[in-house]
Design a protein around this ligand. Structure first.
Ligand code: UDP
Length: 255
């Protein structure tokens, strides 16, 4: 995977790659069981969590694939590094794994979200992609005392990819703690993606997505998330500040 360029945005790394490259890489990692690889979707919230939480920061640095999930990261890369990134939304990459799992013979295990949402995600994906390969599922609310049994179940299921929908940073912590004991090729945190697959949470209409305002739609629809999503605004303020400093430094050099 290291032929992919990795850049740094506000002290967090992110990979420069297209959606198709990300999908091909995810499939290749899933098939390789010699080690358990990790895919992390990088967005402003996660970059800000990493600034305060060294455990998460280290986990991100160790990831095999850091996909540019949030539009904020794409914009920041352009402004601060003049680097054009293609946005690779984690939810889209997860859906693509369901879509190609049949033809690429990838076994998927779904872990996370409420029991209803988790079961509905499996139902929806089986209806959408009849040859999908889902080999097991578990809601995200089982007690910690049952995590060992879950690890054994995942390993016995012959899964290649484990999709974790526990939200951040819980899914990253879970992966960091149990990943080494898993016999899967790849673990990927998908946050609230199962909620949108199951229809429990509506994804932003395409017009909002095109205007790059998916994050705002989410905030308007779920105002309870404001406290968590405040990190998006802190991220934007940091990017603006850094851009200002860069511009001023360049001007001084030119004078
Ligand atoms: N969740 C879970 N177990 C927990 C806490 C959360 O399975 O102990 C699930 C929750 O039901 C939801 C997802 O994790 O489906 C979190 O979604 P959110 O949109 O908050 O995640 P984000 O994408 O913001 O990280």
């Amino acid at each position: 995977m290291r032929d992919v360029e990795r850049i740094r945005v506000l002290n967090s790394s992110v990979d420069v790659l297209s959606f198709q490259t990300a999908l091909d890489a995810a499939c290749a990692l899933a098939k390789d069981h010699t080690t358990t690889s990790y895919i992390v979707a990088v967005n402003p919230e996660k970059v800000m969590i990493a600034q305060r939480d060294s455990f998460i920061a280290e986990f991100l640095e160790r990831a095999d694939l850091l996909i540019p999930d949030g539009i904020g990261v794409v914009v920041a890369a352009k402004w601060l590094l003049n680097k054009t990134l293609e946005r690779v939304p984690g939810a889209d990459l997860a859906e693509a794994l369901f879509r190609v799992s049949g033809e690429r013979e990838l076994n998927l295990f779904l872990f996370g979200a409420s029991e209803n949402v988790n079961a509905e995600t499996e139902r929806v994906m089986r209806a959408r992609y009849p040859d999908v390969r889902i080999v097991g599922r578990q809601n995200g609310y089982l007690p910690e005392s049952e995590y060992d049994t879950l690890v054994a179940r995942i390993n016995a299921s012959n899964a290649d990819a484990l999709l974790l929908a526990l939200g951040s940073p819980k899914q990253e912590r879970w992966t960091a703690t149990y990943g080494a004991r898993l016999d899967v090729g790849v673990c990927m945190g998908v946050g609230g993606a199962f909620d949108t697959f199951a229809g429990a949470v509506k994804r932003a209409p395409v017009v909002w997505q095109k205007m790059r305002l998916e994050w705002l739609y989410r905030l308007v629809r779920q105002p309870k998330r404001f406290w968590r999503q405040r990190r998006i605004f802190i991220f934007a303020a940091r990017v603006l500040m850094k851009k200002l400093i860069l511009t001023l430094t360049c001007r001084r050099r030119e004078e």
